[in-house]
Design a protein around this ligand. Structure first.
Ligand code: HEM
Length: 409
C-alpha cells in the first residue's frame, strides 16, 4: 500500500490501466497485451467498459490459488460483481444463475445432483453415441463440394446434437437454439443479450412443460423430477440451469474443435504426431486445451481482503481469473507459446479449478478427441481454404473462436 491507499486506488489515481477485455489478433494466441502485462507481476489492474478498475490475475499459481479461495464469490447479484462488458449488464444483474453464480452451500447442493451425469463412467457410455454423431456429420459433409465452412457443417452441429442427446432436448430444435445462443454470447448490442435470453427461456419453459406431460430419461427429465417436483428448485432457476448447460455445452466445444483443427493445420509437425500415435491423442488434447484456452477469464468479487502475489485485493474489488494468461505463464510451462502435443499439460486451468471447475470437462474431452481423430483420419488432405489473417475472430468478451473456418480436402 502507498499512503494508506490500496493498489487499485493507487492505479486509479495514476495512469489509467489498460482496457479489458482485450481482443485476440491471432485466433490461437492470447491478446498481444498479455505479454507486456506479465512484467507487472501476477496481478495487474485493468479498466472495464464502465471505467471501473479491477484485477486481472495472470500468474498460474495465483489463478489456481484464487480459484480455490472461498473469499472470492461468484454471486453475480452482488452489486460489486464486475460486469465484463456493457452488453451483459442487464441479464447479469437481473438473473440468478444457478450453479455457476452460486457460492457454497447452495452451489454444492446443485453440483452434487449433476455429478453422476458428468462422471467419467457416464461419459464413457456416451462415446459410441458421440462417434456416431461425428461419423454422420462427416458423411454428410464429404458429399458436398469443398470448400465448406467447418463450423456450420461439422463443429457446431456435432456439439449441439451431443448436448441435445444428453439433456433430452429435441435435435430438430437445434437451429432454433444455436442461433439464439450465438446471439446471447456474441450479439453486439445489449438488446441482443436480453432478447436472446428471453427467447431461450421461453423455448425451455415450453420444453419443460412438454416433459412434465411426457417424461423421458435424460438429464433435464431427471432435474424436473428431482428438483422441480420436489420443490428444491424454482421453475425459473431450473430453466436458467438448463440454459447454462445447453449454451455452455455446445458453444465451448464447437469453438474448441474448430480452433484445434485450425491450430493443427498451422502446426504440421504437431499434426503429424497427433495422427500417427493414437495413444498420444488424449495428451495432445490437453495441450490444445492449454494452448487455446478458449474460456479466457472468470469473474469474481472479493468478500474479504486477500493478500496474494505481492498485492492486496480489497473487499468489494472485482477480479478476473485469466485461464489464458495462466496457461501461458512461463513459470508453470516451459516455452509456453510453443504448441507441443507431447508435453505434459495436465496442470492447465482451461476448465477452471476448485469448486466451479467445469462440469462438462469429461464430455468436452471425449468430443474433442473423437471429432479431431475422426476428421483427420477421414480427410488426410484437409487444409485451410482461407488465410489465417482473413478469419473473423470472436471478440474478447466471450468464448474465443472463429466465426467461420473454410476448409478443403
Ligand atoms: C472445451 C470446452 C469447455 C471449456 C474450455 C469450459 C470451460 C469452463 C470453465 C473455465 C469453467 C469455470 C467457470 C468459473 O469458474 O467461473 C466452466 C464451468 C462450467 N462448465 Fe464448462 N467448459 C467447456 C465445456 C463444457 C461442456 C461441454 C459443458 C456441459 C455439458 C460445460 C458445463 C459447465 C458448467 C455447468 C460449469 C459450471 C460449474 C460450476 O459452477 O460448478 N462446460 N467451464
Amino acid at each position: 500500500m502507498i499512503d494508506g491507499r490500496s493498489p487499485l486506488e493507487t492505479a486509479r489515481a495514476s495512469l489509467a490501466p489498460p482496457p479489458f477485455p482485450m481482443d485476440r489478433t491471432c485466433p490461437y494466441h492470447p491478446p498481444t497485451q498479455y505479454r507486456s502485462l506479465r512484467d507487472q507481476g501476477p496481478l495487474v489492474p485493468v479498466t472495464l467498459h464502465d471505467g471501473r478498475i479491477v484485477w486481472l490475475v495472470i500468474g498460474h499459481a495465483e489463478v489456481r490459488a484464487l480459484f480455490a479461495d472461498r473469499r472470492l464469490s461468484s454471486n453475480q447479484q452482488n452489486p460489486d460483481f464486475p460486469v465484463p462488458t456493457a452488453r451483459e449488464e442487464e441479464v447479469l444483474r437481473e438473473v440468478h444463475a444457478p450453479l455457476i453464480g452460486d457460492d457454497p452451500p447452495e452451489h454444492n447442493v446443485i453440483r452434487r445432483k449433476l455429478i453422476p451425469a458428468s462422471s467419467l463412467r457416464a461419459t464413457a457410455r456416451l462415446r459410441p453415441t458421440i462417434q456416431r454423431i461425428v461419423d454422420e456429420h462427416l458423411d454428410r459433409m464429404v458429399t458436398g463440394r469443398p470448400p465448406v465452412d467447418l463450423v456450420t457443417a461439422f463443429t457446431l452441429p456435432v456439439s449441439s446434437v451431443v448436448i441435445c442427446e444428453l439433456l433430452g432436448v429435441p435435435v430438430d430444435d437445434q437451429t432454433e437454439f444455436t442461433e439464439r445462443s450465438a446471439r446471447l454470447i456474441r450479439g453486439p448490442e445489449r438488446s441482443d443479450v436480453t432478447t436472446a435470453w428471453h427467447a431461450l427461456a421461453e423455448y425451455l419453459d415450453a420444453l419443460v412443460a412438454k416433459k412434465e406431460a411426457v417424461p423421458g430419461n435424460a438429464v433435464l427429465d431427471e432435474l424436473i423430477a428431482t428438483e422441480l417436483h420436489e420443490g428444491a428448485m424454482s421453475r425459473r432457476d431450473l430453466i436458467t440451469l438448463a440454459m447454462l448447460l445447453l449454451v455452455a455445452g455446445h458453444e465451448t466445444t464447437s469453438n474448441m474443435i474448430a480452433l484445434s483443427t485450425l491450430t493443427l493445420l498451422e502446426h504440421r509437425d504437431q499434426l503429424a504426431r497427433f495422427t500417427t500415435d493414437e495413444a498420444a491423442v488424449p495428451g495432445a488434447v490437453e495441450e490444445l486445451l492449454r494452448f487455446l484456452s478458449i474460456a479466457d477469464w472468470n469473474p469474481r468479487v472479493a468478500t474479504a481482503d486477500i493478500e496474494i502475489g505481492g498485492r492486496l485485493i480489497r473487499r468489494g474489488d472485482g477480479v478476473f481469473l485469466s485461464n489464458t494468461a495462466a496457461n501461458r505463464d512461463p513459470v508453470a510451462f516451459a516455452n509456453p507459446d510453443v504448441l507441443d502435443v507431447c508435453r505434459s499439460a495436465r496442470q492447465h486451468v482451461a476448465f477452471g479449478f476448485g469448486i466451479h471447475q467445469c462440469l462438462g470437462q469429461n464430455l468436452a474431452r471425449a468430443e474433442i478427441e473423437i471429432a479431431l481423430s475422426t476428421l483427420f483420419a477421414r480427410l488426410p488432405a484437409l487444409r485451410l481454404a482461407a488465410t489465417v489473417d482473413s478469419l473473423t475472430l470472436h471478440d474478447g468478451g466471450g468464448i474465443q473462436g472463429v466465426e467461420e473456418l473454410p476448409v478443403t480436402w
